[in-house]
Design a protein around this ligand. Sequence first.
Ligand SMILES: O=C(CO)[C@@H](O)[C@H](O)COP(=O)(O)O
Ligand SMILES: [Fe+2]
Length: 221
Amino acid sequence: MIKLSPSILAADFKNLSDNIQKADQAGAQYIHIDVMDGDFVPSISLGVPVIQSIRSATDKIFDVHLMVSNPERYIADFVKAGADIITVHAEACKHLDRTLNFIKQNGVKVGVALNPSTPLSALDYVLDLVDMVLIMTVNPGFGGQAFIAGMYDKVTRLRDMIKDKGFNTDIEVDGGITQDNLDKIIEAGANVIVAGSSIFQGDIKENITSFNNIISKYESM
Ligand SMILES: O=C(CO)[C@@H](O)[C@H](O)COP(=O)(O)O
Ligand SMILES: [Fe+2]
């Protein structure tokens, strides 16, 4: 099952709950929420109070991407605010195994993210702990960047690694995804698709319908 996770970083913050409801009604399965701390990545975006406040706008899955140093400090707060999936960066955790276990103990789905330059071997001893691996297809910190072409191969190799281990882990891709590269990234093995600018710039409903039309070709396979 392929899921679309619109990134609200590209939404109109003045009309955030309206934009989220449009994405929900147009057929997004997840809502991707980028939390940036100005330390792990240069930008500061939004945090717990915003998530708490938009929780009532939709009952779709809140897919929370923490681009935060030492994220274990905030996990319980994000769960309380309404996160359903919490993804932390391998590069941002001093004790990744402990942090992933802690997310699971808090009763939500566990994700681990890798920057473009981080090798897949970072997953060797944690893959069994996670529900989802997020492959960054741009360097984290900003929306609207161009997809890094080398990431197709990374996703293919990760899908093989997951199959070899007999797991069923989701692969999320995040950054620079458009209707033009969607086929290729799904064919590489991604099944959770984050898109910010290419959903929220222009007509949200039309964009989501076009994305879902492409995705639907793979659902019947
Ligand atoms: O995590 C991030 C950026 O760090 C992303 O979730 C972006 O928000 C995706 O935006 P687009 O590249 O799709 O515009
Ligand atoms: Fe993200």
